[in-house]
Design a protein around this ligand. Sequence first.
Ligand code: NDP
Ligand SMILES: O=C(O)C1=N[C@H](C(=O)O)C[C@H](O)C1
Length: 275
Amino acid sequence: MVGQFPIPVVVNGAGGKMGREVVKAVAAAQDMTLLGAIDKNPAYLNEDAGSLAGIEPLEIPITNDREGMLVMAAQEKQPAVMVDFTHPDSVYDNIRAAIAYGVRPVVGTTGLSEAKIQDLAEFADKASMGCLLVPNFCIGIVLLQQAAIAASQYFDHVEIIELHHNQKADAPSGTAVKTAQMLAEFGKTYNQSQVKETEQLPGARGAIADEQIRIHSVRLPGLIAHQEVIFGAAGQIYTLRHDTTDRGCYMPGVLLAIRQVLSLKSLVYGLEKIL
Ligand SMILES: NC(=O)C1=CN([C@@H]2O[C@H](COP(=O)(O)OP(=O)(O)OC[C@H]3O[C@@H](n4cnc5c(N)ncnc54)[C@H](OP(=O)(O)O)[C@@H]3O)[C@@H](O)[C@H]2O)C=CC1
Ligand SMILES: O=C(O)C1=N[C@H](C(=O)O)C[C@H](O)C1
């Protein structure tokens, strides 16, 4: 344990696919204590967060009272952390509320626009509060992004295909958007068109992200989370692919983020910044 006391953690979206994994991971971490669990889905109200996550009862009933939970977290001796895996529609408000109460947000929820992220960064700066936004907590994705950046020095043509389960609300995925942003950071414009293209069906060529990088989103039952970055040049194709086969893969990154956010004083965007 780094400090004398365990880090108090509140999980928002605790009944969801990711929230349940976080409850399990935090309950098993020696240096953390699960302080509370929030979820707006009425089916989970008052359910024990541990039982719902498939572990022993933790005596933490799920509440839908975000403000009440943040007030409680703010009164802890140790600075508290709110982990958010909720929904693109509510994540902005959740982050602002946590910061306003002095609770550090660790955010996995995707779908925030660049303007909203900028706004949150300014809010966190003013409050001198750490806030971590991580579109993908999986180390394999960081490695894929690093390999893509290396490849981008040599390839001028690249497209991204992201494939997810069909319960996903936002498209394109936060991971694909971040990957495109990372490839675009070096000021290179990709995919100079070779012919005049027309789309017979709108959207056929995907969405255009930063620096003309195309992102294609697939949604199917049976998928979890998958991403390909495909580089093309005369006579060769270089494909990078990452597959999530179990949501447990995100947990080392989430636990690291909970520990790291306490020493930050501003908003940080991306797991690669804290490794
Ligand atoms: N950064 C990363 O590594 C990863 C990020 N994600 C992202 O995390 C988010 C959640 O994903 P996932 O767990 O699969 O989604 P789920 O739908 O399985 O879980 C979300 C849970 O949060 C609840 N919820 C929604 N809005 C609120 C709110 N305002 N307050 C409290 N609870 C709320 C939902 O209730 P209800 O069912 O009623 O909507 C649901 O129980 C998505 O944005 C996804 O893209 C997912 C995997 C990895
Ligand atoms: O919704 C998901 O499942 C995932 N969402 C994140 C994203 O949008 O990139 C991370 C991962 O791809 C799983």
